[in-house]
Design a protein around this ligand. Sequence first.
Ligand SMILES: O=c1ccn([C@@H]2O[C@H](COP(=O)(O)O)[C@@H](O)[C@H]2O)c(=O)[nH]1
Length: 238
Amino acid sequence: MADKRLIAALDFHTLEDVKKLVNTLGDSVSYYKVGMELFYSVGGDVVKWLRAQGKDVFLDLKLHDIPNTVAGGLCSLMDLGATMLNVHAGGGYTMMKVAAERLHAEADKRGIPCPKLIAVTVLTSINQEDWEGLGQELQIKSAVVRYAKLAKKAGLDGVVASPQEAALIRETCGPDFLIVTPGVRPEGASVDDQSRIATPAKALQNGASHLVIGRPIRAAKDPQAAAEAILKEMESVR
Ligand SMILES: O=c1ccn([C@@H]2O[C@H](COP(=O)(O)O)[C@@H](O)[C@H]2O)c(=O)[nH]1
């Protein structure tokens, strides 16, 4: 049985590429992330196709707009059947609260399970220099925890954060809060454009509930072997 803590990122722009990787990974991976590159080129069909294969889907579109627009957008996306959706915590407490309330109300009205809703805190590509360039005075860690507390208070199920902040979020937001961490790199793997990273084992030890991993699997010579090695490392942390 696949380890649902691993979410493989499908940053492709054709359905053919998606099918090839998903078929290669087979039963080893049961949870996939669809982000803007794929969604903007293929649309909702990719989510429907993945769901028809029995896969869970994190639809990572990072909605960031005024409350009414974000809530409406989420309700439209709900039709696709994704397991998890997200918004930007930078949209503020009111936006997150309205989004969560409208999503739950819409799910109740339609009699369908409500997708998990999580908030992006500070992107894992942001380093200290980028952060200061934005005029931010809090430390990145403190800002991430602040966003996580706001997301929890607004009724969201969790956050996206780097594995470096996971321990502090877990301590602050409790055992059931979802902590979805991109920025995961096996020892020796290329860092690419990520900044705040950790290995799969370290991310889990820090309290991450899910690891989002893209290029270390997708760009590997043998994606199946890369995924298996990551899963083996994850298995050591339960
Ligand atoms: O803060 C964030 C939020 C989202 N992402 C997404 O996760 C994957 C990571 O892919 P890698 O190839 O493993 O770097 C990618 O789809 C991002 O859009 C993130 O990296 N950081």
